[in-house]
Design a protein around this ligand. Structure first.
Ligand code: HXC
Length: 258
């Protein structure tokens, strides 16, 4: 698989996707998001891939949507193109887990992209922000909604209204990221975590992802009911039998995704 704005490596069931527009701090232009959507779709269907790690460079995960590409567009252009709607939907349709490994800037669309992943690990130098207000616009791929669900109204509102950045410690404290790591450990630890996920039943990990995401999209009652039904349904899988037999027999489970 060859892309101009991504570097993709697959090893041990994990696809490492690196955003690669260093000259623009990985600003998200149509080409990059188109390639990312395409790569995720292709690899989501590839049995050799069981988990994704999405990362950028040491300086920037992504510094936002490409301002130079957007600057001269009209409302009609944006509306008819449904700017980044298609690409955003494609990312969200990915069924296998995606870990965002964020170093440096994750701003605007970059912060939104990280939040569209299933969880975020970040480096000590990470900076998150929704600075669109400084450009006379607002977030456009879910930032006002997702950041508010992750960190609460007050902090999200302040960030969207002032454009200020949040550092790694604040991001961890407020629940935006699951862990902060030294920069040198970020991608290795993300890959180790992804390999752990890749070793589990792919059916169970996809179902777990689906259930947790439901917590953001439905009522508590409906979400709990959904979880109970899929929990029951997993008893139709061979992986459930294997996982529970392995526990009883005090041996590692060998999942077959059946
Ligand atoms: C296009 C960008 C860019 C961006 C950086 N660059 N961010 N190009 N779009 N979002 C380019 C710069 O123009 C510059 O290119 C090169 O990357 C290096 O950036 P510098 O500014 O020189 O680096 P530095 O001084 O270290 O500052 C880093 C920075 C700053 C703080 C991240 O670049 C910055 O504020 N960027 C914009 C952040 C932002 O506003 N993001 C939100 C975008 S709107 P040259 O050619 O000059 O060397 C958005 C909407 C999402 O994301 C919704 C979509 C539907």
């Amino acid at each position: 698989m060859s892309y101009q704005t991504l570097i993709v490596e697959i090893e041990d069931g994990v696809a490492l996707i690196r955003l690669n527009r260093p000259e623009a701090l990985n600003a998200l232009n149509s080409q990059l998001l188109g390639e990312l959507a395409e790569a995720l779709k292709t690899l989501d269907a590839d049995p050799a891939v069981r988990c994704f790690v999405l990362t950028g460079s040491d300086k920037a995960f992504a510094a936002g949507a490409d301002i130079k590409e957007m600057a001269d567009k009209s409302f009609t252009d944006m509306f008819l193109q449904d700017f980044f709607g298609t690409e955003g939907d494609a990312i969200l349709r990915t069924r296998k887990p995606i870990i965002a490994a964020v170093a440096g800037y994750a701003l605007g669309g970059g912060c939104e992209l990280a939040m569209m992943c299933d969880f975020i690990l970040c480096a000590e130098n990470a900076k998150f922000g929704q600075p669109e207000i400084n450009l006379g616009v607002v977030a456009g791929i879910g930032g006002t909604q997702r950041l508010t669900r992750f960190v609460g109204k007050s902090k999200s509102m302040e960030m969207h209204l002032t454009g200020r950045f949040m550092d790694a410690a604040e991001a961890e404290r407020s629940g935006l990221v699951s862990r902060v790591l030294p920069l040198a450990d970020l991608v290795p630890e993300a890959l180790t975590t992804a390999r752990k996920i890749a070793a589990k039943s792919a059916i169970a990990t996809m179902v777990a992802k689906d259930c947790v995401n439901r917590a953001y999209e439905t009522t508590l009652r409906e979400g709990v009911l959904y979880e109970r039904r899929v929990f029951h349904a997993l008893f139709a899988t061979e992986d459930q039998k294997e996982g529970m037999a392995a526990f009883t027999e005090k041996r590692p489970a060998k999942f077959t995704d059946k």
